[in-house]
Write a protein that binds this ligand. Structure first.
Ligand code: ARG
Length: 263
């Protein structure tokens, strides 16, 4: 059963700049952000058996809408993120409290290891892929493989516009994935191409529209508008593509997938 944690964008805005998308002079339009977020919730709730849990957003923490970065949820364990930027570090106690109150075990990585949750750690088949460099540390993959007792493959990100793994990679199954090749170093790209025989490799233009930042639920792919090439390729493979305008979240460097945490 698909289950996601989300936080409404009540206090969302561009109040600092911690990635190249963010520009304080180009703030998000609050009402539009709220209606885009509500549109995403409605789209998700229209899918069979969808369960959405809500976390109360907090004033002064404008990026809390991006719950994907809270951590990782594995069974009844919550592996809490260690945010690289001070601006987001205040979010962690709220996420930890939410999960602790519901009986989850709270697990923390070593103090000196940065890790930004589902933004940088993505499961495909039995293997975890960990994006590192801009946000999460390469070393996080060691801690994660111990905690998860699974294979974790580190992937070096090389383009600051694609600073989280979920901005340039979305598995569709154990051997198929959406990838933006320009975001990875040569070795990472080789790993991805050998692991995923069936690939949709998107153009830079579509990647910049956050096409890879898609939510996949069964045969449905929820992504942003303007992903024509990717959507056409997905439809050929039998996927139902739902495109939503998420312009206000792209201003902060996020889109559909960043707004949900899988549970
Ligand atoms: N402004 C947020 C940040 O820079 C955006 C986070 C996007 N989240 C994601 N999972 N890619 O941290």
């Amino acid at each position: 059963m698909p289950r996601f944690l989300m936080a409404s964008p009540d206090f969302y805005g561009i109040e600092y700049e911690i990635n190249p998308w963010m520009d304080r002079r180009r703030n998000a339009i609050s009402e539009l952000a709220c209606s885009q977020w509500t549109g995403l919730v409605k789209t998700l709730l229209s899918l069979p058996d969808m369960d959405i849990e809500l976390l109360k957003p907090q004033p002064g923490l404008p990026d809390m809408a991006f719950t994907a970065n809270a951590g990782l949820v594995i069974d009844r364990r919550f592996i809490s993120s260690r945010f690289r930027h001070r601006e987001r570090q205040g979010e962690s106690p709220h996420y930890e409290k939410w999960f602790a109150n519901r009986g989850y075990d709270i697990i923390r990585l070593p103090e000196d290891v940065f890790f930004e949750g589902e933004g940088d750690a993505i499961l495909a088949g039995d293997t975890w892929f960990e994006g590192y460099y801009y946000r999460s540390d390469a070393r996080a993959h060691e801690a994660l493989s111990e905690i998860l007792n699974a294979e974790v493959l580190p992937l070096r990100l090389v383009d600051p516009l694609f600073y989280h793994l979920d901005t340039c990679f979305r598995p569709l199954g154990s051997d198929s994935a959406i990838i933006y090749p320009g975001a990875f170093d040569e070795y990472a790209l080789r790993v991805l191409r050998s692991r995923f025989q069936k690939r949709i490799e998107v153009t830079e233009e579509e990647a910049k529209r956050f096409c890879c930042n898609a939510i996949v639920v069964g045969d449905t792919v929820v992504t942003t508008t303007g992903c024509h090439g990717m959507s056409a390729a997905l439809r050929v493979d039998g996927y139902d593509v739902r495109a939503l305008d998420l312009s206000e979240f792209i201003k902060a460097g996020g889109a559909a997938k960043c707004l949900v945490l899988s549970m």
